[in-house]
Design a protein around this ligand. Sequence first.
Ligand SMILES: [Fe+2]
Ligand SMILES: [Fe+2]
Length: 299
Amino acid sequence: MSIERSHKYYREQINSLTRIPSLPLIATELMQVTNDDRLSVNQLLPIIEKDPPLAMKVLKIANSAYYGMHRKVESLRHALVIIGMKELGDLSIGFSVMNTLSDSDDPAGLHWDKLWEHSAGVGHIAQLLQESLGIQTGSSPYALGLLHDVGKIILYRLEPEKYVQIIEYALENLTSAEEAENHILGIDHMTIGSWVAEKWQLPESILNAIKYHHSPELVQEPANQVSTALVQIADIVANLQSISFGRNFQRSIPREETGWVILRNASQKLAEMDFERFVMSIEDEVIVIKELVKLLSGH
Ligand SMILES: [Fe+2]
Ligand SMILES: [Fe+2]
């Protein structure tokens, strides 16, 4: 199939509600509320309280090693202060999407836990990088990382057998996932992911991270360009530390990526930072990342 024809075909697949689930109402509500700059605890709390499994996760996360609190966090209100409201809103959107997409049917037996591990890892690294560089982005880098590769799960849901072939093709030909996807399906995870993000009306920052995490220079809006660049570099760091889904043979060098230039222009600190040391330090974070993924996926 030509690229145009396969794009048209998959566009129709995405538009038919039966193949791609709709986003849970709670995620839509959370997005509306967290888009508001005057976000208050009193707006956010009741929405999360309405969803006991979500509320439970939020508490668990506030109590996880990720936040390193010494005293037990028992109330949602307290958890909200620790995690931060905007972050919590974004995280909750991330969980909803995750839950919606990773239902129990796994027709070809791929281990998606690895993808979530990679995604949570990218989110965590993006956040650490943002802190080290002292840059402000309007959105939580964690949520962007968590969702950047969502298109892979969507392609798998649409074409389970072919997706297994894609992973094999990438392995045999030492190529990237997107090259293998384009070769076998005529579409890649960034494109299909961005269509679903549009359909679900996810925030612009998340849409950009999904669509352009391999080419952040294409993002128009400056703040979103920076947050997408954070995701690109964090993605490479995660793969360098083997927090990967499948095998990644594209040994990209962070300094040679467009995201590096974007971040360097956004913060002087990048030039001063010992980046190799930063990459090494991620090794110690792997356990924390894995613990968080277990909490998120509810195992
Ligand atoms: Fe990707
Ligand atoms: Fe990735």
